[in-house]
Design a protein. Sequence first.
Length: 89
Amino acid sequence: MAPRARVVEVQRSIAANVRRWRARRGLTQEALAEKANLGAVHLRNVERGTENLTITTLVSVADALCVQAGALLKQAELAPLRPGRPKKH
């Protein structure tokens, strides 16, 4: 696999894991961005898999989600976006 293709694959896995953990925690993108001290647009791009995020951003998001940073790096598929807010548990 070409290096760039591998980077895209990892970005998409991170995106899928961030979205999954955020939904499990019942957080909106805006709420997670605030907890992680990130801009909402930046976090949206992370969740779309289009952001080449830094380790600092990865750790900030993981801490805000109360998960280990490695949990966000696990291989995962990026599911289609579903509009709307997450359901309250």
